[in-house]
Design a protein around this ligand. Structure first.
Ligand SMILES: NC(=O)C1=CN([C@@H]2O[C@H](COP(=O)(O)OP(=O)(O)OC[C@H]3O[C@@H](n4cnc5c(N)ncnc54)[C@H](OP(=O)(O)O)[C@@H]3O)[C@@H](O)[C@H]2O)C=CC1
Ligand SMILES: O=C([O-])CC(=O)C(=O)O
Length: 262
């Protein structure tokens, strides 16, 4: 049995706990102070605590579903103590200090940090393309206005008054990941798989006509070229987060349970 602990108890965590595959079980959650009752209400019969050191048993896998602050607060401690960590907070690695802390903790604890593919796909092709030369990658993220509430887009646009698509960010994937911690983890995953945080271009768009969370990758290089486009449905609990993100976590749990891996 793979014993899983979660960080966070929001839309992604609740979906993961509710659909945990056979052979794995969610036994514990790390939450913020005073949030134990809310965590149990969202996840069911789990032990709730505030720190990795308080986990009742050592989990086989800790899954961060909490966002950048959750990874920052608990990731290094978990890895340092040898606990494998899977995270959806990929954009947090845009902070070079946190990336270095995580790398140090991985080396010292001998555990692995896995970055979930999240709301995007085609990371395998990007990884391979990056082994060739001259890789150029642009990521475009397009969501309906509700998907940008609570983000920097609100400072740039009047989201509720939009009559057509508007770009509210254009720059590097590193800037996108840092400025949009809840919305640009995909930009970070594309960057880390491919051309890197500073060479990957990101464009973020609010579009009242968007029927879902649209993510597009355009890549070209010595390998050739590809375009990838996915129209994701949002999770019921959070219009910012695509359902595929929670499914990518479930897929990684299944991958770990299987002797034949893809
Ligand atoms: N890789 C990808 O493709 C994607 C990544 N994401 C990332 O996943 C994150 C979570 O998404 P989602 O579940 O929809 O968000 P929600 O807002 O629904 O849930 C976030 C949860 O994390 C908890 N939390 C926040 N900070 C901490 C902390 N320091 N320690 C412990 N728990 C904490 C919150 O607790 P409380 O209720 O107390 O605030 C809440 O339970 C997003 O913020 C985003 O960064 C999202 C979509 C795609
Ligand atoms: O879920 C999505 O569609 C993408 C997202 O929020 C992110 O990249 O952080």
């Amino acid at each position: 049995m793979l014993d899983i602990a979660l960080i966070g108890h929001g839309a992604i965590a609740a979906h993961v706990a509710a659909h945990c595959p056979e052979g794995a079980r969610v036994g514990a959650v790390i939450c913020r102070p005073g949030r134990a009752a809310a965590a149990r209400a969202a996840l069911g019969d789990v032990s709730a605590m505030e720190a990795v050191a308080d986990l009742p048993t050592r989990p086989g896998l800790l899954i961060d579903c909490a966002g950048h602050e959750g990874l920052r607060a608990h990731g290094p401690a978990a890895l340092q103590s040898g606990i494998d960590l899977l995270t959806v907070s990929v954009g947090a690695l845009a902070d070079p200090e946190l990336e270095a802390d995580l790398a140090r903790a991985v080396a010292e604890g001998g555990a692995t940090l896995t970055l979930a593919s999240g709301a995007i796909g085609a990371l395998d092709a990007l990884r391979a393309a990056a082994r060739g030369a001259d890789l150029e990658v642009t990521y475009r993220g397009r969501k309906p206005p509700a998907g940008w509430h609570g983000s920097r887009a609100e400072e740039v646009l009047d989201l509720d008054a939009l009559t057509g698509a508007e770009v509210h960010f254009s720059g590097t994937a590193r800037e996108a990941a840092r400025l949009y911690p809840k919305n640009a983890n995909v930009a970070a995953a594309v960057a880390l798989a491919g051309a890197g945080f500073d060479a990957t271009r990101a464009v973020l768009i609010a579009d009242p006509e968007a029927g879902g969370n649209l993510h597009e990758i355009s890549a070209r290089g010595s390998f050739g070229r590809f375009e990838f486009r996915i129209e994701g449905r949002a999770l019921p609990g959070n219009p910012r987060s695509s359902a595929l993100t929670a499914l990518s976590v479930l897929a990684e749990i299944r991958r770990r349970l299987s002797g034949i891996r893809i």
